[in-house]
Design a protein around this ligand. Sequence first.
Ligand SMILES: CC(C)(COP(=O)(O)OP(=O)(O)OC[C@H]1O[C@@H](n2cnc3c(N)ncnc32)[C@H](O)[C@@H]1OP(=O)(O)O)[C@@H](O)C(=O)NCCC(=O)NCCS
Length: 164
Amino acid sequence: MSVADLSFRQSTASADAVGAHLWACDAAFVPKLSEGLDIDAYAEKIVRHAITFEAWQEGLLVGLVAAYINDVERRISYVTNVTVEPVLMGKDVAAILFESCLASAREKDFDAMELEVAQDNHRAIRFYEKFGFQVQGRRNAKLQMALNLKPQPQPPEPLTGGTR
Ligand SMILES: CC(C)(COP(=O)(O)OP(=O)(O)OC[C@H]1O[C@@H](n2cnc3c(N)ncnc32)[C@H](O)[C@@H]1OP(=O)(O)O)[C@@H](O)C(=O)NCCC(=O)NCCS
């Protein structure tokens, strides 16, 4: 399976499709997703409240980024899920979905994006770091990470060297 075989959509998945996808990815989470929550209830919550950025292969949801981009007072968005089926890891599918999520929060003029990740989920942490996310805190074996969506302009580099 490659990126060319997929179609990318936004907020079309049913709770059943989200649930089936999360169950298919369950063992890839560190620790397993089903150890910490009720996957089917979580899928319902995602479809009801989050924007979903979806990769489909024919009728199957194979990649999903879900984010709450609705707190218009704090202007902080929150990524609740990032998954691709194991055969799609390392193939840019997760990155394409995550870029769409970031673009959506920026379009809505949000200031920041936050997420939480298990401290042992090194692959996911590395993935988020590639987008510029930084660790803000730690709680119960989880890291809180955040990205400023409106970076301040950097002052110009001081001039060095030159000949006189
Ligand atoms: C997290 C996830 C969406 C990332 O997608 P992906 O396609 O695997 O991500 P990428 O391959 O683009 O990036 C992963 C990075 O981690 C690196 N990596 C892989 N295994 C690693 C490990 N054990 N330790 C540290 N880094 C690791 C990869 O080399 C890559 O970095 P690089 O591009 O600098 O080489 C995907 O792995 C996934 O679905 N995991 C299961 C569900 C999950 O844990 N979701 C996150 C919950 S917070």
